[in-house]
Design a binder for this molecule. Structure first.
Ligand SMILES: Nc1nc2c(ncn2[C@@H]2O[C@H](COP(=O)(O)OP(=O)(O)OP(=O)(O)O)[C@@H](O)[C@H]2O)c(=O)[nH]1
Ligand SMILES: [Mg+2]
Length: 232
C-alpha cells in the first residue's frame, strides 16, 4: 500500500454511495490506513446498511433523504468539502473499483500545479474488463467526441482530482450518471487545465452484479448524453 505522500495538504475525498454495505467499510479502511483523513461519504438513501457501515469508520457521512443520483451526491459532497476548506477534492467510488495505489499519480499533477483536474483513465494501460463494458465505454468516448468535441480515452470514470479552484468553477446540474460528461463539458467550456492519468479499475463479481451495470442502463446514459447536447 502506498502511503499518502502529501500529508500537509488538505485533500478531501467525496465518496458517493448507494447500497454499498458490502464494500464501503473496506474502501474506507484502506484510505485511512494509507494516511488519508478528510473523507466524506454521501449516502444516497441506501436501502441497506451503507450509512451505519460508513459511520463505523469514523468518517463524515452525509445522507440524502431520497435517492437523488450520483451527480447530486457529488455536488452535495463537493459543496461540503469546499465549505470545510478543501484544497483538493478526490472523487472516489465506494464499490471497491478504485485503487488507493493510484492516488499519488492522480494527485501529483494537481498538487504540483501542472493542471487543475486529473481524470482517471482505464484505457491508457492494458486493463482487463468485460467486453460489454469495453463496448459501452468506448461508445461514450465516441459520443463525447462527436457531440461535445472532446477527445478523451475514457468518458465515464468516477476517479478524479480537482483543485479547489476547479471544484468551484465546475457546476454539476445533472443528478444522475450524465454528470460525468457534464463535468468534462464544464472543464472544456471553462478552459480548465486537465490531464488524463492511467488508473486500474477493478472489475469484480461484486461490481459487475450491481450498479450502472445493466446494458440498458448504460444505453440510457448514452441516449441522455446525446439529447443533452441536442437541446443545449
Ligand atoms: N450517491 C449515489 N451514489 C451512487 C448512485 N449510484 C451509484 N452510486 C455510487 O457511485 C459509484 C459508481 O457507481 P457504479 O454503479 O459502480 O458505476 P460505475 O462504476 O460507473 O459502473 P460499473 O462498471 O457498473 O461499476 C459507486 O460508488 C456507487 O455506490 C446513486 O444513485 N447515488
Ligand atoms: Mg462501479
Amino acid at each position: 500500500m502506498r502511503k499518502n505522500p502529501y500529508k500537509n495538504k488538505r485533500i478531501f475525498f467525496v465518496i458517493p454511495a448507494f447500497n454499498e454495505e458490502k464494500s464501503i467499510g473496506r474502501v474506507l479502511k484502506e484510505l485511512k490506513s494509507a494516511g488519508y483523513k478528510n473523507i466524506i461519504v454521501v449516502d444516497d438513501c441506501s436501502k441497506d446498511n451503507t450509512y451505519d457501515e460508513a459511520k463505523k469508520q469514523g468518517v463524515v457521512v452525509l445522507k440524502h433523504i431520497i435517492n437523488r443520483g450520483q451527480g447530486a451526491a457529488l455536488r452535495t459532497g463537493m459543496d461540503y468539502a469546499l465549505r470545510k476548506g478543501a484544497e483538493y477534492i478526490v472523487t472516489f467510488d465506494s464499490d471497491g473499483q478504485h485503487r488507493v495505489e493510484d492516488l499519488p499519480g492522480m494527485l501529483g499533477p494537481v498538487i504540483r500545479g501542472e493542471v487543475d483536474v486529473t481524470l482517471g483513465s482505464r484505457f491508457l494501460r492494458k486493463t482487463k474488463m468485460p467486453l460489454s463494458r469495453r463496448v459501452l465505454l468506448k461508445g461514450s468516448v465516441l459520443v463525447q467526441w462527436l457531440f461535445y468535441g472532446v477527445r478523451l480515452s475514457d468518458a465515464h470514470n468516477g476517479y478524479r482530482v480537482l483543485s479547489r479552484r476547479a471544484a468551484k468553477q465546475i457546476k454539476i446540474g445533472s443528478d444522475r450518471m450524465e454528470h460525468a460528461s457534464e463535468i468534462v463539458e464544464e472543464i472544456v467550456k471553462k478552459k480548465i487545465r486537465y490531464k488524463e492519468v492511467p488508473v486500474i479499475i477493478k472489475y469484480t463479481g461484486y461490481s459487475m452484479r450491481k450498479g450502472a451495470g445493466s446494458f440498458l442502463g448504460a444505453l440510457k446514459v448514452l441516449f441522455k448524453m446525446v439529447m443533452r447536447r441536442l437541446v443545449h
